[in-house]
Design a protein around this ligand. Structure first.
Ligand code: PEP
Length: 251
């Protein structure tokens, strides 16, 4: 069996942050340089901050990523950004299929897969987000939803390097509520089995992040669950103290 993947702690700044936000990223970089962690660290700022952050983090190990990309390489798509543009700005990753985009923009599994394929074609790692709503959870549909989204959103040619999965229960995002470690273990175990049966060794080596109200206080417990290979962090990634407090789980 493949070795466990090196963990990734990824920050999703969503639609937050002005130029002054560079300072928080600089502070995180400073702390990682002083006390390295056994994980990769990624910040996905709004598009407007990618280039400034690339400059701020020039000498740091912190990776940059986008929060979305269009499936096409270029063209008449007002307001959109392509995977090639992200790559051009030194991004290594892009989040696709975040539940806020699935809900706010009606993104389907088919569209999410097309976006992930566009990312891979530009040598970006696609962070494919999946997760059930509270209503689906209450109906006992969590595992079915997760399997369906995995089957529909993950590219056929995914590899351990080109795709990372983020399991984010929608009801846990920004709410302060989290599933129990046992619940996380069950869902991540099912995701791992699905990936392994579809992609073999690559499926064993693919990162599976947990996301949804990860904070310094619960990071160690959540990150020590089997098949949790890091975190996708929203609110707590905006402040250096909080984000570094989560990275602390890997020191
Ligand atoms: C997210 O939106 O990806 C997320 C995990 O948000 P939060 O950490 O704020 O719950």
């Amino acid at each position: 069996m493949a070795d466990a993947p090196r963990p990734l702690v990824a920050g999703n700044w969503k639609m937050n942050g002005l130029l002054a936000g560079r300072e928080e990223a600089r502070l995180v970089a400073e702390r990682i340089a002083a006390r390295p962690a056994a994980c990769d660290v990624l910040i996905c700022p709004p598009f407007t901050l990618i280039a400034p952050l690339a400059k701020t983090l020039d000498k740091s190990a912190i990776l940059r990523g986008g929060q979305d990309c269009h499936p096409a390489q270029s063209g008449a798509h007002t307001g959109n950004v392509s995977a090639e543009m992200l790559s051009d700005l030194t991004c290594s990753h892009v989040i696709v299929g975040h539940s806020e985009r699935r809900a706010d923009h009606g993104e389907s599994d088919v569209l999410v897969r097309a976006k992930a394929e566009a990312a891979i074609s530009q040598s970006l790692t696609a962070i494919v987000c999946i997760g059930e709503t509270e209503a689906e959870r209450d109906r006992g549909e969590t595992l079915d939803v997760v399997k369906r989204q995995l089957a529909g959103s993950v590219p056929y040619a995914a590899t351990a390097a080109s795709v990372t999965i983020a399991y984010e229960p929608v009801w846990a995002i920004g709410t302060g509520r989290t599933p129990t470690p046992d619940d996380v273990a069950e869902v991540h175990g099912v995701i791992r089995n699905e990936l392994a049966s579809r992609f073999g060794q690559d499926g064993h080596g693919m990162r599976i992040l947990y996301g949804g109200s990860v904070k310094p206080a619960n990071a160690s417990e959540l990150m020590s669950v089997a098949n949790v290979d890091g975190a996708l962090v929203g609110g707590a990634s905006l402040k250096a103290d909080d984000f570094d407090g989560i990275i602390e789980a890997y020191r």
